[in-house]
Design a protein around this ligand. Sequence first.
Ligand SMILES: [Zn+2]
Length: 442
Amino acid sequence: MASILIRGGRVIDPASGTDDTLDVLIEGDRITRIAKGIESLDGQVIDASGLIVSPGLIDPHVHLREPGQEHKETIQTGSQAAVAGGFTTVCCMPNTAPTLDSPEIVRFVYDRARDAACRVYPVAAGTVGRQGEQMTEIQLLAQAGAIGISDDGDVIVSAGMMKSVLTATASAGLCFMQHCQEPTLTRNASMHAGGVSTRLGLGGWPRVAEELIIERDVRLVGETGCRYHVQHLSCAGSVDLIRAARGRGLPVTAEASPHHLLLTEEACLGYDTNTKMNPPLREHSDIEAIKQGVADGTITILATDHAPHAPDEKALPFNEAPFGIIGLETALAGYAQALVEPGNIDWPKLIELITVNPAKLCNLDRDHLGEEGLGELREGGLADVTLIDPNLEWTVTKADLEGLSCNTPFLGRSFSARPVMTVVGGQIRHSRLESHAAVYTH
Ligand SMILES: [Zn+2]
């Protein structure tokens, strides 16, 4: 059986509270031992001294554009971007064409993902075509393998529909993930409503459009008991609402994205459409509130909202270009720069937010369609492992972007941490360790 011995790394497993210098032995698709001083047998030995050995990273919010927009990304190319960024599992959103709103299309995603570089799990829509008018067969979608329900890209506007969807999502044992945007407050909006939008003459997307939906939904969660997750939270008021809801014991979680942790509305000053996202980049005070929310345990998940677009689409004028940026290849570096390097959180906390917590959100921490227990490093568990160099200076170039699209505002930005090896089910799917081949002993 093929084996890989990862020797002498700082093994961080938030699920078990492990943070120690240990060896990890992988045989076949399993982790068979985690201990000090494991003797190497035949097989590959990786010197992990100076590196962090983490459970494979999990991103619960990506857009893979397949079916329907394969010129932007496919499940295959998106999975390559994922493993380049240290991710062993991604959850893809249903705003494809057609929408992921039937068991057949959910199964299609699993089918296409069979040869992907990482694990791919679909999130299915809560309403047919994400139109907000007719509920999908949520129970059947769950049985087909949907690991969450969301109309992402759009909010469910009607409170009555939202209540029905939450009730059905709760019965199916899934979590509802909301794109919080009150649409009548964001007509013609292309960036944060503030000083910069006024200066640039662009339509503004006010914070209250996000906060209103969270306030409404928290009340509906109180009535339905459904697990409810706020996607790509962008402003300080939202952090306060989530903190209050969690304080009342409601099953409410929220995620922050790299761009909302690193960039403000001022990034839009040059009309670069790679700074146009939904929800938009906001102000310094929002960034500080989001970081505080991460540090105090209000925000428990980080997610990229990886949103590939073709160059000709992003070449349109700012108010016409599509929203969104890619994020998988630069996410970990961005999280470290925003949260670990300034001291808001330490590495074990960061890893918790990108492994075991998203696994729990999507029920991937338990048996699922024959798989088991993602998000942790455990003897006998699946060998999804990410090696991270926490002290690697690098500057993002186009060559670092391994998906199909390159719409990112982080080209040319320097970071000082990076994933250097991604192992999925015992197979090295991506590596930047020049030495790993040299120490191959078999
Ligand atoms: Zn969204």
